[in-house]
Design a protein around this ligand. Structure first.
Ligand SMILES: Cc1cc2nc3c(=O)[nH]c(=O)nc-3n(C[C@H](O)[C@H](O)[C@H](O)COP(=O)(O)OP(=O)(O)OC[C@H]3O[C@@H](n4cnc5c(N)ncnc54)[C@H](O)[C@@H]3O)c2cc1C
Length: 380
């Protein structure tokens, strides 16, 4: 956005990763005027790729698993359009023999395809989130402003809390406590161009449960790079321990470790550090409704992976769309003090909470989700 510019939207979505884009698609389809904003140069968030010369690397998420019925349909549709391809059934060292998918030609192709028809503004960093009349206002780096009636914030939770704090938005104590318990692992990723094929057999993956290296993937064997190109991921422990150290030394450590398994020389390499790689402890519900039209969503809510991020985005969008109707329903249920009404209200509330606990039922939870206990009390 230009310096000093002011924009308006029905719904502002912060973050053009998987969760933000999936939420946006449902809201656009429901007729809402949606704006997605991301600080990155391009969309996709942690679904990223990098190019070094001719070599192509998946540099964030390595593969996509699909278990949820709706998410499976999305994957199948993208595969039909040539934006995704089957990578492998089963991976050495990883549990489960299910099919793992990759993006085509690389991971970023997936969010790019999903962003079609959605207005996304990249290269705009949000600095703070404020209450503004009945809605919300975000202040962007460079002085631009966006006003909106509702917001879904899909950035990693510590960053989301920092944005709310910067704008003086209060989060209910118990919710804040739960949000603060969510932690993310860090991950150093090294991308290395090789002088000849690595010799790593199909599907081109090695995983390690000990030592500094956790994952080694040959992007040529994977089918995304025309030339030999390795993606190395440090273990969470190594990444944390070396976070403040010299990055090139860390790169050399990981390359030396990989050399034990690869029959080729490194021609060129780069290293990247992911501060928020994967959530270690999840929030336990598919989104957090902060209240008054503000939702937090993302992989830490939906299950810690690409699919979980998508489910969280859908769930938050469904809750946003259901908001008015469900609030009306809850008021209607509160009319009078007849014990039967109260029983019905408690039963609905129990049902919602129970479905929230089930990871595989996030959509059902979103559709059923009614006002939280605090809102019940406030309204009654
Ligand atoms: C190295 C690595 C390997 C992984 N491997 C796998 C894997 O193999 N399989 C798998 O399923 N998952 C994997 N994951 C996890 C997966 O990538 C994530 O779960 C998923 O992509 C998260 O999507 P999201 O939309 O929740 O968040 P993100 O993709 O992080 O999107 C959040 C967006 O918010 C933007 N943002 C942040 N702050 C601001 C701000 N202040 N203003 C504007 N924009 C902002 C960011 O730029 C980002 O684009 C991996 C992750 C990493 C890092």
């Amino acid at each position: 956005m230009n310096e000093g510019e002011t924009r308006e939207a029905d719904v502002l979505i912060l973050g053009a990763g998987m969760s933000g884009l999936m939420a946006a698609r449902d809201l656009v389809q429901a007729g809402r005027r949606v704006l997605v904003v991301d600080k990155g140069r391009g969309i996709g968030g942690r679904m990223a790729y990098r190019r070094i010369g001719e070599a192509i690397f998946d540099h964030g998420a390595q593969y996509v698993s699909a278990r949820d019925e709706r998410f499976c349909r999305v994957v199948e549709a993208l595969a039909e359009q040539g934006m995704m391809a089957a990578w492998s059934e089963g991976m050495p060292g990883l549990p489960g023999d299910h099919l793992r998918w990759r993006g085509a030609p690389h991971m970023k192709a997936i969010p790019v395809a999903l962003s079609s028809g959605i207005e996304v503004v990249c290269g705009t960093k949000i600095d703070s989130i404020h209450r503004h009349g009945d809605g919300w206002r975000v202040m962007c780096e460079g002085g631009s402003v966006i006003d909106c009636a509702a917001m879904i914030v899909t950035v990693p939770i510590p960053q989301a809390l920092a944005l709310l704090d910067a704008g003086g938005v209060t989060v209910e104590d118990s919710m804040r406590q739960r949000l603060e318990q969510v932690e993310y692992s860090r991950c150093f990723t090294v991308m290395a161009v090789l002088d000849q094929p690595s010799g790593v057999p199909a599907p081109g993956v090695m995983t390690f449960s000990e030592g500094p290296l956790a994952w080694l993937a040959d992007n040529q064997v994977k089918g995304i790079s025309p030339v030999p190109a390795l993606t190395l991921q440090a273990s969470a422990a190594c990444s944390l321990a070396r976070w403040e150290m010299d990055r090139q030394e860390t790169a050399q450590l990981l390359l030396a470790e990989a050399a034990k398994y690869v029959s080729a020389q490194v021609v060129e390499h780069q290293i990247h550090g992911w501060r928020f790689s994967k959530p270690v402890h999840l929030y336990g519900e598919p989104f957090a409704a902060v209240g008054d039209g503000l939702w937090l969503a993302g992989d830490a809510f939906g299950g810690g992976r690409v699919e979980g991020a998508a489910l969280s985005g859908w769930a938050a969008a469904a809750d946003l769309l259901a908001g008015g109707r469900l609030r009306w329903m809850s008021r209607w249920l509160l009319v009078g003090t007849n014990p039967l009404w109260l029983l019905a209200r408690d039963w609905l509330d129990w049902l919602v909470r129970r479905s929230c606990m089930r990871q595989d039922n996030v959509l059902c939870c979103a559709r059923l989700r009614i006002a939280s206990e605090a809102e019940w009390r406030r309204m009654s």
